[in-house]
Design a protein around this ligand. Structure first.
Ligand SMILES: Nc1ncnc2c1ncn2[C@@H]1O[C@H](COP(=O)(O)OP(=O)(O)O)[C@@H](O)[C@H]1O
Ligand SMILES: [Mg+2]
Length: 249
């Protein structure tokens, strides 16, 4: 387990309700700098809410969430600053439809970080090169495949130089043949040392890139283990039941 000095994201007794639904229940989770954590669990268990809370897209009712030692601000400029430190990639690619691929990637650095346009453009082209879509820079999102769009979404997040990247089921909206081109970018990112929290059921990615698997069900963390331990020898009944369902198809 990480020590407090290299902890990058720390959730301490985080609780959240949606009305009567206790969607996050006393969540304690520490993610170390450079660590890759997979969050897995049944639909409705609170995985997306967890990601959104870390990125402050959702408020929490109690507990604290710190990113690099700073408690998350509630609002205003401090919040915009914090959001820039936490990149997020969603299941739906969420690119701006009426902007080109290049504009999608330069927008944040220019508007939020006040980077000079030329510099933002050079950095964006380098990132698009890294994710393998530099030759699509002047097209619009609808002209790209789902896999290409999701790689652009990753480049767009990276352009803000985040300290941690959150991925919420980044491949579950993709046609099967496009899943690996996105996972390959994520594996490379993990091997380069990016701190990542990834909601995914892709066991291949978990085995190649993850340090730890966190199993969630009903708003709680039931189990944490290495990918090898978790997938071959889950301890809790909930995890055994869940794995028996996803492994049979
Ligand atoms: N904005 C919301 N308002 C009310 N209920 C919500 C909202 N967002 C999510 N929920 C509920 O919270 C639970 C957890 O949702 P979610 O975090 O999306 O789970 P997961 O990502 O694990 O499938 C679900 O029962 C869902 O219906
Ligand atoms: Mg979800």
């Amino acid at each position: 387990m990480p020590t407090s000095s290299d902890a990058l994201v720390v959730l301490d007794k985080v609780n959240k309700h949606f009305g009567d639904l206790h969607v996050l229940q006393d969540i304690d989770l520490t993610v170390a700098r450079g660590e890759v954590v997979i969050v897995i669990g049944p639909s409705g268990s609170g995985k997306s809410t967890l990601c959104r809370a870390i990125n402050r897209l959702e408020t929490i009712d109690s507990g604290t969430i710190t990113v690099d030692g700073e408690v998350q601000p509630q609002e205003g400029k401090a919040l915009a600053h914090m959001r820039a430190e936490v990149g997020m990639v969603f299941q739906s690619f969420n690119l701006f439809a009426h902007k080109t691929i290049l504009e999608n990637v330069t927008l944040g650095p220019v508007k939020v970080k006040k980077e000079p346009k030329g510099q933002a453009r050079d950095e964006a082209m380098a990132l698009l090169e890294r994710v393998g879509v530099a030759n699509q820079a002047h097209k619009y999102p609808a002209q790209l495949s789902g896999g290409q769009q999701q790689r652009v979404a990753i480049a767009r997040s990276l352009a803000m130089r985040p300290k941690v990247m959150l991925f919420d089921e980044p491949t579950s909206a993709l046609d099967p043949e496009m899943i690996n081109e996105v996972l390959d970018v994520m594996v490379t990112l993990a091997h380069e040392g990016m701190t990542m929290i990834v909601v995914t059921h892709e066991m291949g990615f978990a085995r190649k890139a993850a340090n730890r698997v966190v199993f969630m069900a009903d708003g709680r963390i039931h189990e944490q283990a290495t990918p090898e331990q978790f997938f071959t020898n889950p301890q809790s009944e909930r995890a055994k039941d869940f794995l028996s369902k996803i492994l049979t198809h």
